[in-house]
Design a binder for this molecule. Sequence first.
Ligand code: ADP
Ligand code: MG
Length: 146
Amino acid sequence: MSKIITKNSQHTHKLGFKLAKKINKGDILAFIGDLGAGKTTLIQGLAKGLEIKEKITSPTFVWLKAYPFKKGKGYLYHFDFYRLNSKQDFNINEFQEYFYDTDSISVIEWANKIKKYLPKNTKFIRLNYLDKNKRGINFDKKIKGL
Ligand code: ADP
Ligand code: MG
């Protein structure tokens, strides 16, 4: 496991940028952490590292936004399940085609809400609010050079 403490939001952004070099197409990254923990900031850095020029904002009224890669085919699929509650109709089958798209990368905010449906190879990143500027960011597997 890799554990990193970031000291401001630029630091978290930069960590995401570096993370982009360590992941592969077909990867599914599940982000778990409370509101304000830095999930979107980390994903914005990751998107920059993937050379996505569009501004990444959390999908709010949809579960998913797709950003095409500049080079080659494939997308960054950005999911946010903040608004998902247990009373809602939810059909995971709608999302399987994205998770199993081997040309693309899926990043999932509030992944704890759909954890039981996620593929086995999902990589988990847990974020904790430590204080006003500090965030603890834990990767389930050690990632060299972050
Ligand atoms: P989430 O998507 O987990 O709700 P965001 O990334 O949207 O979180 O928000 C994080 C907020 O916390 C931003 O306003 C950001 O500027 C602030 N912040 C302060 N310190 C940090 C840090 N070390 N890492 C990330 N965000 C930080
Ligand atoms: Mg967010």
